[in-house]
Design a protein around this ligand. Structure first.
Ligand code: SF4
Length: 324
């Protein structure tokens, strides 16, 4: 419980890739950290050979987004476990998962594998440009089960643009199907985050649903997942999601609020008082749909992605919402 305990436990952290080219429309990394940079396999093997010796640990934790996009990901997993180390990997894309990877993870002591379907229906997954089919998701889960991975964790985002009741039921149905593949409710962990629009992404012009609506949606899903017997359901409190959205979309006026909150303990009460003190309402940031030609607080920052491209992606997401 030491505050100085390493975040990933006692392990050698190995960054495998940096950035991501997939461009899921809600994701900061997919737009701010382009292009994906891939560390060479020979370099990675050399680091595995030398790094843990200096750190005196027996576990290698791989770091990176969409890590299975590394062309040698599977070979790297086997190299690590065949060198006698335990392994830990972050969440994996379902379309990059295989029996061989699952077997390497089991051999390397990984007990939980995490996937992020993000949304409950194929339609909404296409809207956000993470178009996994249900078959792909279930195949990945079935593969994990078959190879002996003990627990599965699934991440979803609630309140994505265009999300309707069907999409919420889609999450519940998907979990029901995952259970039918052999994972008992106690072996499943499901995690929800309210949608938080991010700068420099195609969804930067969009608003969050209201606090009341986010609450309602989360309660609906949690009630239905509990009815399936799930114990491990966690979520980011929508009140914090509102604050995160304001921090994500805010401008320099928020500086004094942040300072006030930092000086007053950092809790929800401090955020409430700060808004009152300075006459600023955070929902003015989080709940505002912006015109495409509005000057945004970050418009002057060039992250290498063209505004025309972002508008195109935004419009394509609207098309996906409309057409299906
Ligand atoms: S959600 Fe994952 S796969 Fe999609 S852009 Fe972000 S890091 Fe890449």
């Amino acid at each position: 419980n030491s505050p100085f305990a390493p975040v990933f436990g006692k392990s050698f952290l190995l960054e495998v890739v940096r950035g991501c080219n997939r461009g899921c429309r809600f994701c900061l990394i997919g737009f701010q950290n382009r292009p994906m940079r891939i560390r060479g396999f020979e370099v990675l093997k050399d680091l595995v050979d030398r790094g843990p010796k200096f750190s005196r640990v027996r576990k290698v934790s791989l770091i990176g987004s969409a890590i299975s996009d590394h062309p040698d990901f599977e070979d790297l997993c086997w190299y690590i476990v065949n060198s006698g180390f335990d392994i830990s990997v972050p969440s994996l894309r379902v379309d990059g998962f295989s029996e061989s990877i699952a077997e390497a993870l089991v051999k390397g002591g990984q007990k939980t594998v995490t996937f992020a379907p993000e949304a409950g229906t194929f339609r909404l997954r296409k809207v956000v440009k993470k178009p996994f089919t249900e078959e792909q998701i279930l195949y990945a889960v079935a593969t994990a089960k078959k190879c002996g991975i003990k627990h599965v964790k699934l991440y979803f985002v609630v309140g994505l643009p265009g999300e309707g009741e069907d999409d919420l039921w889609g999450i519940v149905d998907l979990i029901r199907k995952v259970i039918s593949l052999g994972y008992s409710p106690s072996e499943l962990h499901v995690s929800f985050t309210p949608f938080i629009p991010k700068p420099h992404t195609p969804f930067q012009w969009l608003a969050q649903f209201s606090l009341k609506e986010l609450d309602k949606r989360l309660k609906f899903i949690i009630k239905n997942l509990k009815a399936l017997g799930l114990n491990y359901v966690d979520y980011l409190d929508p009140r914090w999601a509102k604050i995160q959205a304001a921090l994500s979309l805010g401008d320099r006026k928020l500086g004094k609020i942040i300072e006030y909150v930092a000086e007053h303990g950092g809790g929800l009460g401090a955020w409430r008082r700060a808004q009152k003190t300075f006459g600023i309402n955070l929902t003015d940031y989080s709940d505002e749909v912006k015109d495409l030609d509005k000057e945004l607080p970050w418009s002057h920052i060039d992250v290498g992605v063209d505004k025309i491209f972002l508008i195109g992606e935004y419009e394509r997401s609207l098309e996906k919402n409309k057409n299906e």
